[in-house]
Design a protein around this ligand. Structure first.
Ligand code: NAP
Length: 532
């Protein structure tokens, strides 16, 4: 399959702009197959209007039909074979095995969503039966359930070219809910995006989906993304990426004449707190696990641990030495693209010049800047040091972290209080430590979306219970997740039917319960038919 670099508007291709941009291999700066056309405002409008025109048809399809479509997407993705993996490797510098792992993740995720919608209880059907004889007023029959909201704009991040991009949870959960999707392809891996989009379109054709439930547009300028979010036909947007990008688009969404929800998952510091009991018992193990989590994927994970706090002691000094030694063994490796490499290099320069940070370890080999390579770094400071410069608590995307020496529980609590919202917070401790550091835990509960005990933040389980979000700036809405089946909740809203004729209700709310779903009937869980 040859790439065309054109906008994919339903089943049609379009290339109206004179402006194109290339794709690069970050390892050597070489250009890759084809140039990609910048989407015009007209093309963006065509994609959204097509999505709007087929929304009702898509929404009204049975859950079975949508589940079959998700499974067909898996088959079409697998049918791309190594081409998808090779293109993702070429565009990002990720090893092939990493890209394969990402593909496994999206396949597992799509199956999880197809099971979810076949089972059906996710739609939260509720029924409060009416009572014409209630005094002093008759009670109406009130029923409600979640319904899809309309066309969704999706923006993926550069660091997961397969798992958090065109085929990621945003697109799949929107389809599962019954919403059409328009993806803004990531300009750092546009070829991977085109291949993935063609897999979705192939599945849509096979399953006789209405044309327009999926479109993909390209763009390297920020105007393309802004124009998409501003289009009145877009009902919500899902974004994964930087705080700068997420915040800019979030403001665009809020400034529309009709504001829409903008679900941004952004960067995060993901602090680790190492408590004294655990430090004494297993400092080697914790140091090794931490450095693996820090350097995996060249530190380019939203869950990368950017700060580790411990209480000053001989154990903590030993731990710091072990970390510094392990970091020195990390061989500099290629980052995702020149922009991320440049931001990392500048951030390291600022940290090297900081009056409050001491560099205690770095990769012993020198990075090759022409191959966008990054070395790993670990700095050290005190509680006063980290708190004197708020920029040190911002995410620096790459394999860098700061060890913070605290003087006791209160110091640690003060550091935790100073942190912004985070996707995760990890605690290494014994059960006794947890009792002694209870005030710390109660702060972390307010600060993070996922609390990890004796583990590391990188590596997220895709499942029903996972929460990948957190208080701002980790996410724009702390209530919602961008990974796991709960992310479907972003693209639906409750619709309530009062005294509606049974035959005209959605299947999930009908008396006979033809979909056999669990419902809340007069306050009690039930999957029985109603005898009314
Ligand atoms: P990015 O530069 O923010 O780009 C993400 C997408 O947003 C791209 O399509 C980009 O297109 C678009 N965009 C960025 N700024 C924009 C603006 N002002 N207006 C319109 N569109 C805009 O992020 P990235 O470098 O790809 O990804 C790395 C970041 O993602 C890291 O900070 C990482 O922590 C975060 N991340 C978060 C999660 C999570 O789940 N929370 C997961 C993975 C990564 P253009 O390039 O054309 O602007």
């Amino acid at each position: 399959m040859n790439l065309t670099g054109q906008q994919l508007i339903g089943y049609r291709e379009s290339a109206k702009s004179d402006e194109t941009f290339p794709a690069f291999d970050p390892c050597n700066g070489a250009g890759l197959e084809t140039f990609f056309y910048e989407a015009t405002e007209k093309e963006i409008g065509e994609a959204v209007e097509l999505a709007e025109s087929v929304f009702s048809d898509f929404r009204d399809l049975s859950a079975e039909a949508r589940a079959d479509f998700l499974e067909a997407i898996c088959e079409e993705t697998m049918a791309l074979g190594d081409k998808l993996l090779e293109r993702a490797t070429a565009e990002t510098g990720h090893p092939l095995a990493r890209c394969e792992m990402e593909r496994n993740r999206i396949i597992q995720q799509a199956h999880l969503f197809s099971e979810l919608i076949r089972e059906g209880s996710w739609a939260d059907a509720r029924i409060d039966l009416g009572d014409a004889n209630r005094q002093p007023m008759p009670k109406p029959d009130v029923r409600s359930m979640m319904q899809p909201i309309g066309p969704i704009a999706v923006f993926g991040a550069s660091n997961f070219p397969i798992a958090i991009s065109v085929l990621g949870a945003d697109t799949i959960s929107a389809f599962a809910a019954g919403c059409p999707v328009i993806v803004k392809a990531h300009p750092a891996h546009p070829g991977t995006c085109e291949l993935a989009a063609r897999a979705i379109l192939g599945a849509a054709k096979r399953c006789n989906m209405p044309e327009g439930i999926f479109s993909m547009i390209h763009g390297r300028s920020t105007e393309v993304g802004s124009c998409l979010v501003q289009h009145p036909g877009i009902m919500a947007a899902a974004f994964t990426g930087s705080l700068a990008g997420g915040r800019a688009l979030m403001d665009v969404a809020a400034a529309r004449p009709v504001p829409i929800p903008f679900y941004a998952e952004m960067g995060s510091v993901n602090p680790i707190f190492v408590l004294p009991g655990a430090l004494t018992q297993k400092k080697e193990q914790i140091a090794a696990g931490f450095v693996t989590s820090l350097t995996m994927g060249v530190g380019q994970f939203c869950t990368n641990p950017g700060l580790v706090a411990g209480i000053g002691s001989d154990d903590w000094d030993n731990f710091s030495e072990l970390v510094a030694k392990k970091v020195s063994e990390f061989a500099p490796s290629t980052m995702l693209h020149a922009g991320i490499h440049e931001a990392y290099t500048k951030g390291i320069e600022l940290r090297n010049n900081s009056a409050v940070l001491e560099l205690i370890g770095k990769s012993s080999a020198s990075p090759n800047p022409d191959a966008c390579e990054a070395a790993a770094y670990v700095f050290q400071t005190s509680r006063q040091g980290i708190m004197s410069d708020p920029t040190l608590l911002d995410e620096l995307f790459g394999p860098v972290s700061t060890l913070v020496n605290c003087e006791g529980v209160d110091d640690m609590v003060a550091v935790a209080e100073k942190l912004d919202g985070s996707l995760s917070a990890s605690v290494h401790g014994t059960e006794e430590d947890l009792i002694d550091f209870h005030p710390l835990l109660s702060v972390l509960q307010r600060k993070a979306g996922r609390l990890i005990f004796n583990g590391y933040p990188v590596g997220i389980e895709v499942c029903h219970s996972i929460h990948h979000g957190g208080p701002y700036p980790a996410a724009s809405h702390s209530f919602f997740t961008s990974i796991g089946t709960r992310c479907i909740e972003r693209f639906v809203r409750p619709v309530c039917y009062q005294d509606w004729p049974d035959s005209q209700l959605p299947l999930e709310l009908q008396n006979a319960n033809p979909r056999d779903v669990w419902r809340l009937v007069d306050g009690a869980r039930s999957n029985s038919a109603l005898k009314v």
